[in-house]
Design a protein around this ligand. Structure first.
Ligand code: ADP
Ligand code: MG
Length: 389
């Protein structure tokens, strides 16, 4: 078969019966668009820039070929360092990818580890020392582990950057570069995201070898399963009542995720809601990792209906019950907005995203207008007014 052709059924990828069984158990009946296109190309050994909307199954698009690659390599190369590495921008996302990787690797008895900041270095050290085939990591902590000689890249031949544009963003770029530089150059490398600015793509191409770019749909467009509602308010003081009036209605639909731009704002809104007797929890970077894990875990289990978060929750998190996203404050830029909104409307489900905009948000309003225009979406008059002022 010509491996670079898209495959319309999981049966056509040439996976063995163990992996097929795991895929069936996951409830995947048919590959998603990005999976159809990217899996055969990845199996053929090529580097990939894979771009597809939020919630379209990018994780399995890199994990499945990664596992096949590892099964091929593990026979040949004995050792203890990871053969496959996935880098992610946040701890919560790393944890989620780790769970998925364990699920898909289960049939083969592969050793999977996750390392990220805020958790015990000692435990992570021990796990890596015991030997691994797959490591999911945030970049900084992986570098720490290498420095501590917990593990090494000698066997590493498959590298994935999930949320690649974020992982290659200013803060992370030197760390990611140092990781890339220490992994052998003939490795296979896969980059995935729903957004990819030209500037970042140019940067990324330096690390890739003759990559195939696979883009499903319009890169940077808001997932059309999400109904986007823009609410222009006079100023910040109107936000609280706006939310209180609608909160019961939102929660009746399913879980609610509210984004606030600053940690202090997250804490304040959470406290104010709790004072009103409203059940909610918060997620931000100043919390202990244990508290962060608990918040995400309980939110996933629907033990409380409303989570108030900073952008730490903007990327990658896959929480089935989220029906409504509220941008209580606007995102710092349009890409971040696209990812926030993409926490709902996943795997074909519908969702609604509300964005509260005030006159001081003219810069963001401008970016949003350009995004809507680029993809031929209607632009609300009020939004245009804020953008034009
Ligand atoms: P993305 O990374 O593109 O935002 P995810 O990989 O998180 O999306 O997948 C979104 C959801 O879709 C997950 O709950 C995942 O289990 C599910 N999913 C992925 N692939 C399939 C498939 N082929 N069939 C059904 N559900 C799928
Ligand atoms: Mg993802």
């Amino acid at each position: 078969i010509n491996v670079a052709k898209p495959c319309v059924s999981f049966a056509h990828f040439g996976f063995d019966e163990e992996l097929m069984e795991t895929i069936r158990k996951a409830g995947y009946f048919e590959p998603s668009g990005i999976q159809k296109q990217a899996i055969p190309v990845a199996l053929s050994g090529r580097d990939i820039i894979g771009l597809a909307k939020t919630g379209s199954g990018k994780t399995a698009a890199f994990l499945l070929p990664m596992i096949v690659h590892i099964m091929d390599q593990a026979e040949l190369e004995k050792g203890d360092g990871p053969i496959g590495i996935v880098l992610a921008p946040t701890r919560e996302l790393a944890d989620q990818i780790y769970s998925e990787a364990k699920r898909f690797a289960r049939a083969y008895d592969l050793r999977v580890a996750v390392v990220y900041g805020g958790a015990s270095k000692q435990d992570q050290f021990k796990t890596l020392r015991a030997g691994v085939e797959i490591v999911v990591a945030t970049p900084g902590r992986l570098i720490d582990m290498i420095k501590m000689k917990a593990t090494n890249f000698r066997r590493t031949s498959f590298l994935v950057l999930d949320e690649a544009d974020r992982v290659l963003d200013l803060g992370f770029e030197p760390q990611v570069r140092s990781i890339c530089d220490n992994i052998r150059p003939d490795r296979q490398m896969l980059l995935f995201s729903a957004t990819f600015q030209k500037r970042v793509e140019r940067l990324a191409r330096g690390a890739l070898q003759d990559p195939i770019r696979i883009a499903i749909g319009n890169v940077g467009q808001i997932n059309s399963d999400v109904t986007q509602i823009i609410e222009v308010l006079k100023d910040d003081s109107f936000k609280w009542n706006w939310l209180l009036d609608r909160l019961d209605g939102f929660v009746a639909q399913g879980s609610l995720l509210i984004f606030v731009s600053r940690k202090a704002g997250v804490i304040e809104l959470t406290e104010n809601l709790k004072t009103m007797g409203i059940q909610c929890e918060c997620l931000h970077g100043d919390m202990l990792q244990q508290e962060r894990d608990k918040a995400v875990h309980q939110f996933k289990l629907r033990q409380f209906p409303t989570l108030i978060a900073t952008d730490v929750a903007a990327r990658g998190l896959d929480i089935k019950s989220i029906r409504t996203v509220v941008n209580y404050d606007v995102a710092r830029d349009i890409d971040s907005h696209v990812h926030r909104v993409g926490r709902t409307g996943r795997a074909g489900e519908k969702g609604t995203a509300y964005t509260l905009i005030t006159d001081k948000d003219d810069r963001f309003a401008g970016e949003l207008v350009r995004n809507l225009e680029e993809f031929d979406q209607p632009v609300p008059q009020e939004l245009l007014r804020v953008a034009m002022q």
